[in-house]
Ligand binder design. Structure first.
Ligand SMILES: NC(=O)c1ccc[n+]([C@@H]2O[C@H](COP(=O)([O-])OP(=O)(O)OC[C@H]3O[C@@H](n4cnc5c(N)ncnc54)[C@H](OP(=O)(O)O)[C@@H]3O)[C@@H](O)[C@H]2O)c1
Length: 325
């Protein structure tokens, strides 16, 4: 496994998103033993950049990751997130990046993860009620105390990124980016490059869609985010199948799987881009890690750049309001 740098943090060329092991997708939480084997296999393959968050579960995903890395903490670059659980009474899904909430959140995350430090601690969503300077000021204190190694933001807009970076160096921004979600290319990616901030694309497989394995949404259970995601519903879903078919077409030509092609396209966009595909299965973490060896030709990259644009926004309305602020 190759290594690259997000800011000054060295990570494997590809990471592993742990969310779906406990949260958000059909089957989450149904087989913790396989999820733990998946994390172990990732580490064995050199995929050391693990991604979780306090809100996943809530809390159970950090506990699972903590169990999986017990005895192997030194091999891991551990990333988690705060800000979508308000500990002052609001609970899960309430934005709170106030200094007091961060102080409570970090102690919980450290305990559940079974560690005394988090390598990369992200604000999960910008909190309009707390100036970003106050949030980052508290994170800088946690860095000084050794509880946090590096700080990150998720789905922040350009103005917020600049203001945050002026208080303390931001190591990485984590936002949705993939073959069918290219929003960061306009303003965010150029700014990150200007400031030397790394980029971590989440949902790099389009929540599984780009792998070509989702041909119907009938099997989604009611807790599955995709059941209310505009791209996976009604006529949009039917139209979007063409995109999956186009990725499968390129993959056949490349001699790789569609998931590998979706990841190889992201890797080809720069060494400052480190995708974190999510899976709870050993076989798929092996497949996804092997994407680092997939080379796409100029023609294949151009074909992928020209995919049919997606029908529907990449989040539902409520979620869309929380991003890019
Ligand atoms: N910052 C944020 O706001 C935010 C938001 C969403 C996600 N994230 C992070 O980003 C990570 C990745 O995003 P994501 O999980 O939403 O989406 P993703 O990585 O685009 O796709 C995950 C889905 O694809 C399936 N999958 C994975 N590898 C596959 C393969 N090789 N072939 C076929 N299917 C495959 C997984 O199913 P199986 O698990 O059954 O294999 C899962 O349903 C998350 O785990 C989380 O850590 C962050």
């Amino acid at each position: 496994m190759q290594h690259v740098k997000l800011g000054d943090l060295e990570v494997s060329r590809i990471g592993l998103g742990a969310m779906g092991m406990s949260h958000g997708y059909t089957g989450a939480g149904s087989d913790d033993a396989e999820s733990i084997r998946t994390i172990h296999r990732a580490l064995d393959l050199g995929v050391n950049f693990l991604d979780t968050a306090e809100i996943y579960g809530p809390f159970t995903n950090e506990e699972l990751v903590g169990r999986a890395i017990r005895g192997r903490r030194d091999e891991v670059v551990l990333a988690t997130k705060f800000g979508l659980v308000s500990h002052a009474g609001g609970g899960p899904r309430h934005l709170d990046s106030s200094p007091a909430n961060i102080r409570t959140a970090v102690e919980g995350s450290l305990r559940r993860l079974g560690t005394d430090h988090i390598d990369l601690y992200y604000q999960h969503r910008v909190d309009p009620d707390t100036p970003i300077e106050d949030t980052v000021g508290t994170l800088a204190e946690l860095v000084a105390e050794g509880k946090v190694g590096h700080i990150g933001l998720s789905e922040a807009g350009v103005g917020t990124i600049r203001r945050a970076h002026a208080v303390h160096p931001v190591t990485a921004l984590q936002s949705e980016y993939s073959l069918w979600t290219r929003d960061p290319e306009d303003g965010v990616l150029p700014l990150l490059r200007e400031l030397g901030i790394g980029f971590v694309p989440y949902s790099p497989l389009g929540r599984g869609f780009l792998t070509g394995t989702i041909r119907s949404t009938d099997h989604f259970d009611t807790t599955d985010f995709r059941a209310t995601n505009p791209r996976f519903t009604g006529e949009n879903f039917r139209r979007n199948l063409r995109i999956a078919d186009e990725v499968v077409g390129v993959a056949t030509e490349v001699g790789a799987t569609p998931a590998q092609v979706a990841l190889a396209w992201l890797l080809a966009r720069g060494e400052d881009i480190v995708p974190i595909p999510g899976t709870k299965r050993v076989a798929r973490v092996e497949e996804n890690a092997a994407a680092v060896r997939v080379e796409l030709t100029t023609e294949q990259l151009a074909q992928l750049d020209a995919l049919t644009p997606a029908a529907g926004t990449h989040h539902n309305e409520e979620q869309m309001r929380l991003i890019g602020r």
